[in-house]
Design a protein around this ligand. Sequence first.
Ligand code: TYD
Length: 212
Amino acid sequence: MRGFFISFEGPDGAGKSTALAEILKQIGPELKTQYVVTREPGGSKIAEEIRKIILDPKNGEMDDRTEALLYAAARSQHVAEHVLPELQKGKLVISDRYVDSSLAYQGVGRNLGIEEVKQINDFATHGLQPDLTLFFDLSPEIGLSRIKKLRPDQEDRLEQEKLAFHEKVYAGYKEINKMYSNRIVEIDASQTIDKVVADGISAIKSRLPELF
Ligand code: TYD
């Protein structure tokens, strides 16, 4: 028996985590399937430890390949320990970020190449892909300014990167969204939160009607 896997993606500050919580609040009671919510980097004890190393602003000397491998290592543990067993039980697993984040941030943002980063992630995840991905589409200028307003002086190592890095990541996402247009739905995250949530729910209902 196999469940369903949905990932949420987007640039920093796009509001995907807020939207995720609100979407689940609204559709949770209607779902036929039991669901679990998780996040990356993290989602299991070992992966949360790796997350601290990756995001710590003190680790400024981290090599780009080390960074990509640490994200993949955290993901490997998360998938093996949490995502796959829940899917095997027939549950719906919803993850705040997954492989597309690595393709955009490390593959394009860090210039490691989408194909190269995909290869290490296929190894890490046994090739597990989401059934559906919601991409929260917001320009990096607006996303970063939201973060600065919401949490001044608390940026993690990735958020501290310059706007030029985040613009590359955004362009990377747009390329990936085209490559996997059968699975990725873009949602305009510059709208009001109510509209963003409504668009997210209608994407889930139309793409995965079996859940309701
Ligand atoms: P997090 O605090 O979870 O950010 P957000 O709330 O925006 O999801 O930090 C995750 C950071 O790590 C974020 O800047 C995106 C980045 N990231 C990667 O670079 N590669 C990855 O594979 C993942 C999962 C995240």
